[in-house]
Design a protein around this ligand. Structure first.
Ligand code: SAM
Length: 289
């Protein structure tokens, strides 16, 4: 908290450890000791907004006031998550969908008759990832009637989920998006100062937004999923947590379903239920009985 003179209120080890344990328990995010200053600076605003003088008082209130605890935990989660994302981030994943995955699903549909695809962006942040998926789907399946396609977009952080649901982005956020797609898939609103781009219904109609905590099982998705994007989130979790999440995702995937993780993440030593296809793309192994 900035006091009268605008200074920051410090957090001591005892309070840091208490908050670190709650955060781990609720989100799976494991904060190393060197993250103390980061936690301190992100939570200073919560002290100010709650008119609390220091972290000892804050922690005591969390321990003793159940109503405060229940209101405050989602706020702590929203403050602690790292939401960095971009449109078409790690573009090779979208190229893989367009050039390999969707054509193969289309081919399979000729024999199975299953013209249904479910995709899940499981840490969707402010929405750039699920909208990039929606553009990829809209482009590939344009003029191919009879397909039933939905994209689940979920995150633990309710602030970013609200932004995603709104689907409005400042011009600079759209810079990785091709000019052609900007006009095709977004409506431009021009104010005095800036341009804002809002996703058109052709994209929004593909999306289903949900708050999902990857730590809370079973996941509230009642149908099998063909493709899961779980990118740049497991990096914050320890190995046992990663194992739990991938087990649950494996159960949710169709046979041969695809799981895509982030560039600095790996499945090595975490799960052997997936076959590595290259470029952080994995495929669920089919069990032969
Ligand atoms: C760095 S962003 C990644 C966004 C996107 N997947 C990408 O790669 O561009 C990580 C996201 O994971 C979310 N997250 C963190 N812990 C989570 C949990 N336990 N369950 C669901 N989402 C979580 C954060 O709120 C954040 O929006």
């Amino acid at each position: 908290m900035t006091d009268f003179f605008g200074s920051i209120v410090n957090i001591e080890d005892r309070e840091f450890n208490f908050l670190k344990d709650i955060i781990y328990d609720k989100t799976g995010i494991a904060l190393a000791p060197h993250k103390k200053i980061m936690l301190q600076s992100r939570l200073n605003i919560r002290l100010r907004q709650n008119h609390i003088a220091n972290f000892v008082e804050y922690v005591n209130k969390l321990k003793n006031d159940k109503t405060f605890y229940n209101q405050e935990i989602p706020e702590i989660i929203n403050r602690i998550t790292t939401n960095k994302t971009d449109f078409f981030r790690e573009n090779h994943h979208f190229e893989y969908l367009k050039n390999t995955c969707f054509p193969s699903i289309e081919e399979k549909a000729k024999t199975t008759g299953r013209r249904k695809i479910r995709i899940w962006s499981s840490a969707s942040s402010t929405g750039e990832e699920p909208y990039s998926l929606a553009i990829t789907v809209a482009e590939f399946f344009h003029g191919k009637p009879g397909w039933d396609i939905k994209i689940y977009a979920s995150d633990i952080d309710t602030n970013v989920l609200n932004t995603a649901q709104k689907g409005s982005y400042k011009e600079e956020r759209l810079s990785p998006v091709k000019a052609e797609y900007k006009t095709k898939y977004f409506t431009l609103t021009q104010t005095d100062k800036e341009k804002e781009f809002t996703a058109k219904p052709i994209l929004k109609d593909l999306l289903i937004f949900k708050k999902i905590n990857l730590l809370e099982e079973p996941y509230p998705i009642q149908e099998k999923i063909d493709i899961i994007f779980c990118r740049n989130v497991i990096i914050y979790f320890d190995k046992p947590t990663q194992k739990k999440i991938f087990n649950q995702m494996e159960r949710l995937l169709v046979d041969d379903g695809i799981l895509i993780i982030g560039h600095s993440e790996t499945m090595f030593g975490i799960s052997d239920s997936f076959k590595f296809l290259g470029h952080t793309i994995y495929q669920k192994k089919t069990i032969t009985r």
